[in-house]
Ligand binder design. Structure first.
Ligand code: SF4
Length: 408
């Protein structure tokens, strides 16, 4: 499905939810406590940037707002943000998000805006004070949702939400591990669509789609005899403890890792599939906020205080460029490249995203030391420089074929 078809599908899911009387809270930052919103009887929906929206930001946003939030702001200006009961903004993440949320408050005073403040520092999620801080912030958010929308937190609804989100993550992680072992087992575009459908509308139906796909893949891998390897890869990725011995993947190269922050996996697959003679089978794994980092957030599985559980889960997610911990993130990326026998890394940077642009040189440096080739590709929701991006990716792939990639 082309990118515009996918976007229309997302908008359709949102409309369907509204038509069935569901109240939707849109969110922007990937590490949002979905279970909390569901426990209040509402539906969290990841807002999506849409190409071709008339620009409305010039009069309001400073130039340092990134292309992603500019697009979202323009969507709101153009009344295309969808039927939302409220919008959840993060605090303490990046200047762009802080800026757009401040401007939004003034320009759209009738919108019901919520805020979740994230801790500055991240550490051991089991012991760090960050967990205490985020627990109380989530509790405050819960109070605000309760009073704004007159919907109380329900423990039963929370438990149902936890079961559903965990089922999604378990299935999606298996699919990620299967593609790492054999990328042609399912197109990356299909994985991206499944994950996006869930993040747009986390419902029983969207989880079933992911689960059924996982079962189909599991059956096909059982026949090919690599199921055990896939399960080992899944365990290693979940624990983020990667064995010293690299995997023995199946299929043709080159094997590409896609790195970046708040970039849509669907945009990446549409871009790659648009390049002549290239398919997204080359993408072995992504390290994107709305892909790997959402999927490999730790499940909630204890019977402790729900708010503490949600905080611990969020803080367990693979790190973002908006957070501390650059060294650890870069080390994980290069370890992953070694473990999955990656030939090259494509670093996608959201245009005007300071965190992405700050992180990219460190990734390049580390990959160079690990003898993995990289290229940097600025991207925006419009794919406005698409021809140039395609040429850059194509040249990069050719350079790998000529023997510049990692020696297997
Ligand atoms: S893309 Fe970058 S600058 Fe934009 S909201 Fe995300 S982290 Fe902030």
């Amino acid at each position: 499905m082309a990118n515009h078809g996918v976007i229309e599908q997302s908008a359709g899911s949102l409309r369907q939810l509204a038509e069935t009387g569901q109240e939707v809270i849109g969110y922007i930052y990937p590490h949002t406590p979905l279970e909390l919103i569901l426990a209040h009887g509402m539906v969290p929906s990841l807002l999506r940037a849409v190409p071709g929206v008339p620009s409305g930001y010039e009069a309001s946003l400073q130039t340092f707002a990134c292309s992603y939030v500019r697009n979202l702001y323009s969507l709101r200006e153009d009344d295309q943000a969808g039927p939302l009961a409220g919008i959840l903004f993060p605090s303490n993440t990046c200047d762009s998000l802080q800026n757009v949320s401040d401007v939004w408050t003034v320009r759209f005073p009738d919108d019901r805006l919520l805020r979740l403040t994230y801790p500055v520092s991240y550490g051991d999620p089991d012991t760090d004070a960050a967990i205490e801080f985020l627990t109380e912030e989530i509790r405050l958010l819960s109070d605000r949702i309760g009073s704004y929308f007159n919907r109380r937190f329900s423990l039963q609804a929370f438990e149902r939400a936890v079961a559903m989100v965990n089922q999604f993550r378990d299935a999606a992680r298996f699919i990620y591990a299967a593609r790492a072992a054999q990328p042609d087992v399912i197109a990356y575009s299909q994985v991206a669509r499944l994950i996006r459908s869930f993040l747009t509308a986390p419902t029983v139906s969207s989880v079933s789609d992911v689960h059924n796909t996982m079962n189909d893949i599991r059956n096909s891998l059982d026949d090919s005899g690599i199921l055990t390897s896939v399960e080992e890869i899944q365990q290693a990725l979940e624990a983020r403890s990667l064995p010293a011995t690299p995997i023995e993947p199946l299929g043709e190269g080159p094997r590409i890792l896609v790195a970046g922050g708040m970039v849509e996996p669907e945009s990446i697959s549409a871009l790659v599939n648009g390049i002549p003679s290239v398919t997204d089978t080359i993408i072995v794994v992504d390290l994107l906020s709305f892909g790997f980092k959402s999927v490999f957030t730790r499940n909630i599985d204890s019977t402790e205080d729900p708010f503490r559980q949600m905080a611990a889960s969020i803080l367990s997610a693979p790190g973002e460029p908006t957070q501390e911990g650059l060294r650890g993130r870069v080390r994980f990326l290069t370890d992953l490249a070694r473990y999955l026998r990656i030939d090259g890394v494509i670093i996608f940077e959201q245009s005007f995203c300071d965190p992405d642009q700050f992180e990219a040189p460190s990734i390049e440096h580390s990959c160079r030391e690990a003898q993995v080739r990289t290229t940097r590709v600025p991207i925006d929701p419009e794919l406005s420089d698409r021809a140039r991006m395609e040429v850059r990716i194509q040249s990069f792939l050719e350079s790998l074929e000529e023997g510049g990639g990692r020696t297997r």
